[in-house]
Ligand binder design. Structure first.
Ligand code: PEP
Ligand code: MG
Length: 325
């Protein structure tokens, strides 16, 4: 891996063959926004809004929500921030929410399912986001979408809130981009039927892989049992990327795999040009990318995607320069 100068470390991320790769940070707390400047990241690819709710004893009021979102946008200083709407339930519990006993919480009433069934909660959050982003761009994405109708219903709710703000003569965001967080195999297979309703896609690979392999991401006995570098999983990532490219819809990956060297390289080889990760991993990934021949890796991968191997990992580790690594 080539050494990068200090200026290069803070500059844009570019592969050896000149491909620009957008690198963004995942965040959930205002204090984390300082990492944008420190890492030279292009923006916040995932802002987990539920953190504010998980540390509160009572439901945060609209103004309190808007204050946090406004401060996040101020701190981002013009760099784009993708706000993910509430992703409660499953592994994320808010103290004020009634404790629910579900046989399979990860497969239960969570995230957008809760947001659509209890529209008051989601509607107020969207109102707070619109208020906070007055006069500046707003990027919102919806988690755990499993079927096209959920995306359409969530989009309609946001559009209604924009109309509500306009009707009340509140200042509007300068532009609004609405994203689908792709975390379930169901929506991956239905992407062609929903892509017209989205401005961008962000692959939540932690959950996507959990559901793809039916392996609990929080259970160490099974979470490492399957390899995301298996031809099957890579086929899914390729299909998602190609569907988005066909429709000219920007696509990014924001799960943990974006921050792991070999996995990040493979995603770039499959054509992804935007990754979002914990800030601490951004420097090492940028360095890795600077030594990567994306075109060569893409060709290498294409000829191995039908391999009967459980994982391409050993092949990749042995391939080195031949695979563009
Ligand atoms: C994911 O599922 O990949 C993701 C980024 O969201 P979270 O880890 O918050 O579920
Ligand atoms: Mg998730």
């Amino acid at each position: 891996i080539r050494r990068l100068s200090y200026a290069e470390m803070r500059g844009p991320s570019v592969t050896l063959d000149g491909q620009r790769v957008g690198l963004h940070i995942n965040a959930g707390l205002l204090v984390e926004l300082s990492h944008l400047e420190q890492t030279g990241a292009d923006g916040v690819g995932l802002f987990r809004t539920e953190f504010q709710f998980m540390v509160a004893d009572t439901l945060p009021r609209l103004d309190a929500q808007a204050a946090v979102y406004g401060s996040v946008l101020d701190a981002a200083n013009g760099k784009p921030v993708v706000f993910r709407t509430l992703d409660l339930g499953g592994d994320k519990v808010a103290p004020f929410a009634p404790s629910m006993v579900e046989p399979n919480p990860a497969l239960g009433w969570r995230a957008i399912r809760m947001g659509l069934d209890r529209p008051g909660l989601l509607r107020y959050q969207l109102r707070a986001l619109i208020q906070a982003a007055a006069g500046r761009p707003l990027h919102v994405m919806f988690p755990m979408i499993s079927a096209p109708w959920e995306m359409r219903a969530a989009r309609a709710m946001l559009e209604r809130e924009l109309q509500h703000a306009e009707h009340n003569r509140h200042p509007l965001p300068s532009e609004v981009k609405i994203g689908l967080m792709l975390e379930t195999p169901g929506i991956a297979w239905a992407i062609e039927h929903v892509i017209d309703a989205v401005d961008f896609v962000s692959v939540g690979a932690n959950d996507l892989m959990q559901y793809f392999f039916a392996a609990d991401r929080q259970n160490a006995r099974v979470s490492d049992r399957y390899d995301v570098l298996s031809p099957a999983a890579l086929g899914l990532f390729r299909q998602i990327r190609n569907a988005c490219a066909k429709h000219d819809v920007p696509v990014s990956v924001c799960g943990e795999i974006a921050s792991k060297p070999l996995e990040a390289a493979v995603l770039i080889g499959l054509g992804y040009r935007s990754l979002s990760m914990a800030a601490a991993n951004l420097g090492p990934i940028k360095k890795l990318i600077s030594g990567l021949d994306a075109d060569k890796l893409g060709t290498w991968l294409a000829s191995r995607m039908d391999s009967p191997a459980d994982s391409l990992r050993p092949l990749l580790l042995n391939a080195g320069a031949e695979a563009g690594l």
